[in-house]
Design a protein around this ligand. Structure first.
Ligand SMILES: [Zn+2]
Length: 176
């Protein structure tokens, strides 16, 4: 790990501690003496996404990021929102410890998050992902959004806990 300030290749560890699922190391550059932090994590086993047609494809962070970035384009969201969202989803997926995950579950996780962040970004993502069959379904979705408020948390995008996500889905089912 090169120093983020001067690019020097060598640093010494001045503090090291266990955090949730890894090790946090405080380092000091041997050239400019700047301090920075590194995290060491276990590389999780590959995660496979089960597509609608049951084909399996390795989880690609970039692919998910591209879709979310597109949805968030020109929206008044803090920079790095899409990356943070993908980070959270990736962490959540690996934490579940599964080696396969249906693409629908990942899509729902993205939608649950976007819904809290920005309704336009949510609708854009949903229109690609859900393939709204017609204008009526789209209108229903917009109507349901009108009753919820989006927030723009500055530095935190919490994932909905599973029970809340289930509650949201039940609500939607009841409305139909
Ligand atoms: Zn340095």
């Amino acid at each position: 790990m090169n120093c983020p300030y001067c690019g020097h290749y060598d640093s010494k560890v001045i503090d090291s501690r266990d955090v949730n699922d890894g090790i946090r190391r405080r380092r000091q550059c041997l050239k400019c003496n700047s301090r920075f932090t590194t995290y060491e994590r276990l590389q999780p086993a590959s995660l496979f996404v089960i597509k609608k047609d049951q084909r399996r494809e390795e989880f690609r962070r970039e692919k998910l990021l591209t879709g979310i970035r597109k949805a968030c384009e020109k929206r008044p969201l803090p920079s790095g929102t899409a990356d943070k969202l993908v980070d959270d989803i990736e962490a959540e997926l690996y934490q579940l410890g599964k080696t396969e995950m249906p693409s629908a579950v990942i899509g729902d996780m993205v939608m649950a998050n976007l819904k809290n962040l920005d309704h336009i970004a949510y609708l854009r993502f949903a229109s690609v992902y859900r393939e709204f069959a017609d204008i009526t379904t789209l209108k229903e979705e917009i109507d349901s959004l009108a009753t919820t408020t989006a927030v723009h948390p500055a530095d935190q995008l919490p994932l909905l806990p599973p029970e809340e996500m289930a509650a949201v889905k039940n609500q939607r089912r009841r409305r139909r």
